[in-house]
Design a protein around this ligand. Structure first.
Ligand SMILES: NC(=O)c1ccc[n+]([C@@H]2O[C@H](COP(=O)([O-])OP(=O)(O)OC[C@H]3O[C@@H](n4cnc5c(N)ncnc54)[C@H](OP(=O)(O)O)[C@@H]3O)[C@@H](O)[C@H]2O)c1
Length: 246
């Protein structure tokens, strides 16, 4: 199959105001794709300007992906502005870490609602358009802890393991219509999400990474573009983790 040319394609990235989502939006902009930048609380003018600096259009769309109707509005805004959704990147995610015995029902539900149901909501709405187009690529952010589990992250690990099942099922259902679906499982990437960890915990984590250093958002972003450009890959989980899970 031919490499997909992403120039002038429409890429929707959820939770893209900062961190890995922002890096993914920038990486797609670099290859000429127009960006629908979903954000929850706010996005800076500087971030939008960085993206449009690559000569593409960036449409910021506020919306909480855990709400079915708001996810629908994000896709509707993309369709109205660009007429299509070629790539959907389900990046929005949260953590509410605590040991299982202390974990509240609210903390469990909130993480599943954003990380897992949010991805379902977006796929449900975007796939309608992709089915009509008979093409499209869906990328879901999982995590190494979805593969291995992690003490203190039962809710988060469950959401990220769920993403893998969602990804493989979506890939199987939509392959015959020219739509691919893959997951990316990052290890420890330096963003606000991991910045909250204490110094000694970070050092202990670093010792568990065979390549000996933390990853950067761009490491994940380049993988996202690679997957979107390669239409013969579907139903896979690609680890970007410095060798943490071999
Ligand atoms: N960093 C890592 O080491 C790592 C490792 C494995 C997997 N991941 C995954 O990679 C993704 C990005 O992580 P990150 O490290 O870049 O996190 P981050 O810096 O905390 O950014 C997360 C983004 O998601 C947005 N968001 C949260 N809830 C949302 C909602 N309901 N609707 C729409 N947007 C929402 C946030 O917006 P607000 O700030 O406005 O809430 C924020 O922009 C997540 O799915 C995460 O689980 C990260």
């Amino acid at each position: 199959m031919q490499k997909v040319d992403l120039k002038n394609k429409t890429v929707v990235v959820t939770g893209a105001a900062k961190g890995i989502g922002k890096a993914i939006a920038l990486e797609f902009a670099k290859v000429g794709a127009n960006i629908v930048l979903n954000y929850r609380s706010s996005v800076s003018e500087e971030t939008v300007a960085e993206i449009t600096g690559y000569g593409v259009t960036c449409l910021p769309v506020q919306g909480d992906v855990s709400r079915f109707a708001e996810a629908e509005q994000v896709i509707a805004a993309a369709k109205e502005q660009f007429g299509s959704v070629d790539v959907l990147v389900n990046n929005a995610g949260i953590t509410k870490d605590m040991l299982l015995m202390r974990m509240t029902e609210e903390a469990f539900d909130a993480v599943i609602a954003v990380n897992l149901k949010g991805a379902f909501n977006m796929i449900r709405h975007a796939s309608k358009l992709m089915l009509k187009q008979k093409s499209g690529t869906i990328l879901n952010l999982s995590s190494v802890v979805g593969e291995t589990g992690n003490a203190g992250q039962a809710n988060y690990a469950a959401s990220k393991a769920g993403i893998i099942g969602l990804t493989k099922s979506t890939a199987m259902e939509l392959a015959s219509r020219g739509i691919t679906c893959n997951a990316i499982a990052p290890g420890f990437i330096e963003t606000d999400m991991t910045d909250v960890l204490k110094g000694e915990m970070k050092e202990a984590l670093k010792n568990r990474i065979p390549l000996g250093c933390f990853g950067q958002p761009e490491d994940v972003a380049r993988t996202a573009v690679f997957l979107a450009e390669n239409p013969y890959i579907t139903g896979q989980v690609i680890n970007v983790d410095g060798g943490m899970v071999c």
